[in-house]
Design a protein around this ligand. Structure first.
Ligand SMILES: Nc1ncnc2c1ncn2[C@@H]1O[C@H](COP(=O)(O)OP(=O)(O)OP(=O)(O)O)[C@@H](O)[C@H]1O
Length: 238
């Protein structure tokens, strides 16, 4: 099976002058339903990597960047933001650190939001996600009436509800205690496997990644270049 996401020779610089920072991704590929944890020290470039994968940050260089048979590098070069926006909204889902639910929508409306924005009709998956994530009894509640863990589970349901090809999760369990973090991550992995959705999870929490036995890549400062350049590394023991 051909990878649905494939990057090689991708670089992106952030900032100027002495503070300039560059992330280099020599190679990264993900197949349908595959999961990857990305770890690395603070400031090493993990969010920069997610922004590149989320098609919101234009690479400065990309020998190849393909997502779902679309040539993302060419779309960026041609300024084809329409194509990129369509890929983003239809085929990507996001789980943010703090849930990011809209306070004026109830939980079910929040979960259905991406589907509604895409003009997609109701899908039995919404109810199933709510049930699997233990949220059915809370579906009429506004986010302020939910615990942090419940909000985070709702954010996961929202990211999966429109059946994207790839979910990007940036420290999705940072606000949770360790047992909750483990449970929420396990649920996310189960859903990804069941629905064939690929998942990239950025986490500071090496212990969590180890417990979940997730394939792992690390963003590490490049030894030869001080702290101003990082690269994505594939540890042999991961
Ligand atoms: N918009 C920006 N403009 C300039 N420099 C930036 C910008 N965003 C990030 N950087 C710099 O890029 C580097 C990588 O930042 P990034 O946020 O990707 O790291 P991170 O690994 O996600 O960090 P953390 O774990 O602390 O969230 C840092 O040196 C940061 O200061």
């Amino acid at each position: 099976m051909r990878p649905m996401l494939e990057l090689s020779g991708v670089e992106r610089r952030r900032g100027e002058g002495e503070r300039a920072f560059t992330l280099a991704v020599e190679g990264l590929s993900l197949r349908k339903g595959e999961c990857l944890a990305v770890t690395g020290p603070s400031g090493s470039g993990k969010s920069t990597l997610l922004d590149l994968l989320g098609l919101v940050l234009r690479p400065d260089r990309a020998d190849a960047f393909r997502f779902l048979d679309q040539d993302v590098a060419a779309l960026w070069r041609s300024g084809g933001d329409g194509g990129l926006a369509a890929l983003r909204s239809r085929h990507l889902g996001y789980v943010l650190q703090t849930g990011g639910l809209l306070p004026f929508l109830n939980l079910r409306e929040n979960v259905e939001l991406s589907r509604r924005l895409l003009g997609l009709g109701p899908d039995a998956l919404t109810g199933e996600l709510l049930a699997r994530l233990g949220l059915t009894h809370l579906k009429a509640e506004k986010p302020r009436a939910l615990s942090v863990g419940e909000r985070q589970r709702a954010a996961i349901a929202r990211a999966f509800a429109h059946r994207p090809a790839l979910v990007l999760a940036d420290e999705p369990t940072a606000a949770l205690d360790p047992p909750q973090a483990l449970e929420v991550c396990r649920l996310m992995l189960e859903l990804a496997a069941e629905f064939g959705i690929a998942l990239v999870v950025v986490s500071h929490d090496w212990e969590l990644v180890r417990k979940l036995a997730l394939p792992q890549a690390r963003v590490v400062p490049d030894a030869g270049s001080g702290a101003c350049r990082s690269r994505l590394e594939w540890p042999a023991d991961a």
